[in-house]
Design a protein. Structure first.
Length: 269
């Protein structure tokens, strides 16, 4: 009877040891056996500060005055549209200079054969100034007429058509009595009145010449639409929103993750 009890005890002890061994073995092995990987794409994520460089052109006031705007922020405009008027009591000298440049640009488009030198242009300009200051409009138009056989114009007018230039010239002539100086768009795009002073530093056409030091954080002052401006102050810009660059400086280790002609996803936070 004692032998049977001894054998029974050994059986239960052996059984318990086997159960414990199986339990321990399964708990050690199960994390590897039962891991489930989700089907997806592995991404290398790089977080960094960057600069968005847009194809934009900033326009500055040519004189002091109050501004009358004709479009809201973000409006799509065409080339040659009237963007704003600056109301001023004087500075007819600047108005006169613009009239002379526009008339010369018209002459260029009409295939004038003669060339107006800068010296002659200055002489015409001085005579026009004198005529305007003396309110002698007839003489002013006579001087402008003398320029129709010459060829001198500023490059900023070369993208306008003759009809657009004539409209601009007439508006400027009217500004002598109305004290309004008009500003037109010389490109199509999106109008914006927000400037920060960095547009001249991060230029779209020079982006390929930038170095890591070019992307250092710079101080800037954000300006919005304002009712009055001073001469040479930027007061609106036109953005071509077809393409832009994002400039980011990263270390060599992260740079090795990039391959030429490979797709990358950019999230702007």
């Amino acid at each position: 009877m004692a032998r049977k009890n001894f054998g029974l005890k050994n059986f239960f002890l052996s059984f318990a040891l086997v159960v414990i061994a199986i339990y321990v073995f399964q708990n050690i092995k199960s994390p590897a056996d039962f891991m489930i990987a989700e089907n997806g794409i592995l991404e290398d994520v790089i977080k960094a500060e960057g600069i968005v460089v847009k194809d934009e052109k900033v326009y500055s006031a040519t004189l002091d005055g109050n501004v009358l705007y004709y479009y809201e922020e973000g409006t799509k405009i065409k080339q040659g549209q009237l963007i704003a008027d600056i109301n001023t009591d004087a500075d007819s000298v600047e108005v006169n200079r613009q009239i002379a440049e526009i008339q010369a640009a018209i002459n260029k488009l009409e295939n004038s054969s003669q060339v107006l030198t800068k010296e002659n242009f200055t002489a015409y300009q001085n005579e026009l100034q004198f005529s305007i200051l003396n309110n002698d409009l007839q003489n002013m138009y006579g001087i402008v007429e003398q320029m129709t056989n010459n060829d001198f114009y500023g490059s900023k007018y070369e993208d306008f058509s003759i009809s657009q230039l004539i409209e601009m010239k007439n508006s400027l002539a009217n500004s002598i009595s109305t004290h309004k100086v008009p500003y037109y768009s010389d490109r199509a795009g999106i109008i914006s009145y927000k400037t920060d002073g960095l547009e001249g530093i991060y230029r779209f056409e020079n982006v390929m010449d930038m170095t890591p030091s070019s992307t250092l954080r710079r101080e800037y002052s954000l300006k919005d639409k304002r009712e009055s401006v001073q001469k040479d102050e930027a007061f609106y810009k036109i953005i071509r929103n077809f393409e832009y660059y994002i400039i980011v400086t990263i270390n060599n280790e992260k740079a090795r993750l990039f391959e030429e002609n490979k797709y990358i996803k950019v999230r702007i936070l």
